[in-house]
Design a protein around this ligand. Structure first.
Ligand code: LLP
Length: 430
């Protein structure tokens, strides 16, 4: 159990509230986010990602989970945030977030999205490629507006994570290779435009990473190549952004590095390599998403049926599935669960938790030891806070669940449950 959870009278409590009460109050499926947990996590990052030699900043990777309420939390914690689309920018803007603290990512930002960055006066655009750099120069001139920019570079590192979430191998679609001619061409373009302010390089080597060594490699390459660029162009690389991807606990197979140790490692590694290369920077950024939000969230489902197949699989059917958590299907991601109203009972049966989508692959947990359960019981799947709601879909016209926040022992709605009307509101009757 996570530290914000406990069991009382056989019932699971989250942030001091009974899961059974929450399920009855809001109905299921229901995403639950513990705000105190998120705030503690961010504080842990902030307290430990600090250096005497340069400034540091945490950028929350909003793709992991984004809503107006989340923006409020990030704002209260005085943290930066990234965006990767016009939609994310729009939501962030409409939650009264300080747009100067927004960093815009993406490998194919459209002209309109780039325009939006200028109109919203965001903090920084991370340029992915040459064509994008040209568009940015055009817009800056057209609007006669300044913009801070970084360049996303690819350092060619193979962090041992799932193929789909690796991002910095040499053939990745993201960024430009630190070793390529294109990089110099982009820098030329930026330096020629006096409306653009070139801060430095950004890199992200992947997600759900448990190896410190991958970051060491990344930082080393970033600093060495930055120094080369400084010499070639006679400029100063002032800021580096080493991305996110810090691995978290989903099941006992995952052995996350404690944040304090991870952050101290990143700082000391950066300081050491900077010293070795006789280089200095003004600021270092990281971009954690999952490691801030994954363990803060869970999903409550109702069990609607139990079926034992001829082949011997015992299915537990829940009232959600791949529509609210695509990760098991997409990445073979594993999760842990509990029968929330029988939480202190022994785990006595091996089950497969399946969703309600019309798809054999709609399985949330396979061959998993669970408490005995009955129709009408509540199943909680842990650590669904990251890339759960944000990757949810309306497949089979299933409405997206509600999201509730828990803070200081109180629950409140953060995102409403979709209605059937929401599902058909864009359809045209012709
Ligand atoms: N920065 C950049 C540029 C990124 O592309 C990402 C994630 C992050 C930061 C945050 O990474 P995190 O700290 O959350 O690992 N949907 C996948 C993960 C995709 C990650 C995409 N980029 C999943 O559910 O596992």
């Amino acid at each position: 159990l996570f530290k914000n959870m406990n069991i009382e009278n056989n019932i699971l409590n989250i942030g001091g509230l009974k899961v059974t009460d929450l399920a009855k109050k809001y109905t299921t499926p229901l995403y639950v986010m513990d705000i105190n947990f998120i705030e503690e996590r961010i504080k842990e990052f902030k307290d430990n990602f600090k250096s005497k030699h340069f400034k540091t900043e945490i950028i929350y990777a909003s793709k992991a989970f984004l809503c107006k309420g989340m923006c409020k939390i990030i704002k209260n914690m005085d943290t930066h945030m990234d965006a990767v689309s016009g939609g994310e920018l729009y939501l962030i803007k409409h939650s009264n977030f300080d747009m100067q603290k927004v960093h815009m990512h993406g490998n194919n930002k459209t002209y309109d999205e780039l325009l939006m960055c200028f109109e919203y006066n965001i903090g920084c655009i991370i340029i992915d490629n040459y064509d994008e750099a040209r568009k940015i120069v055009d817009i800056a001139k057209l609007k006669n507006k300044k913009m801070k920019v970084m360049i996303r570079v690819n350092v060619g590192i193979d962090a041992h994570t799932h193929e789909y979430i690796k991002t910095s191998k040499h053939n990745s679609k993201f960024g430009v290779s630190v070793y390529s001619k294109q990089l110099n061409e982009i820098i030329h373009l930026i330096l020629k435009c006096n409306l653009l302010e070139f801060l430095g390089f950004q890199c992200h080597i992947g997600s759900q990473i448990f190896e410190k060594e991958a970051f060491l490699e990344e930082i080393k390459i970033l600093i060495i190549e930055s120094k080369k660029i400084e010499n070639i162009f006679g400029i100063k690389i002032r800021e580096l952004d080493i991305g996110g991807g810090f691995g978290v606990y989903y099941t006992s197979e995952d052995k996350p590095i404690p944040i304090k140790i991870f952050m101290e490692f990143l700082i000391s590694t950066t300081e050491k390599i900077l010293a070795e290369e006789q280089m200095s920077i003004e600021k270092l950024y990281i971009e954690p998403g999952r490691s801030i939000i994954a363990n803060a969230g869970c999903t409550i489902y109702s069990i609607g049926g139990i079926k034992e197949t001829y082949g011997g699989t015992k299915y537990i059917f829940v009232d959600g599935g791949m529509s609210d958590n695509i990760r098991p299907c997409l990445y073979q991601a594993k999760y842990e669960a509990i029968v929330a109203n029988r939480a202190s009972e022994d785990r006595v049966q091996k089950v497969t938790v399946a969703g309600k989508c019309c798809e054999s692959g709609d399985v949330l947990i396979k061959d998993y030891l669970l408490q005995k359960c009955e129709v009408g019981d509540f199943l909680v799947i842990f650590s669904t806070g990251a890339y759960g709601y944000s990757m949810a879909s309306n497949y089979n016209k299933i409405p997206r669940p509600a999201v509730i926040f828990i803070k200081d022992g109180k629950d409140f709605l953060a995102i409403k449950r979709e209605s059937y009307d929401d599902l058909i509101k864009l359809d045209i009757n012709y």
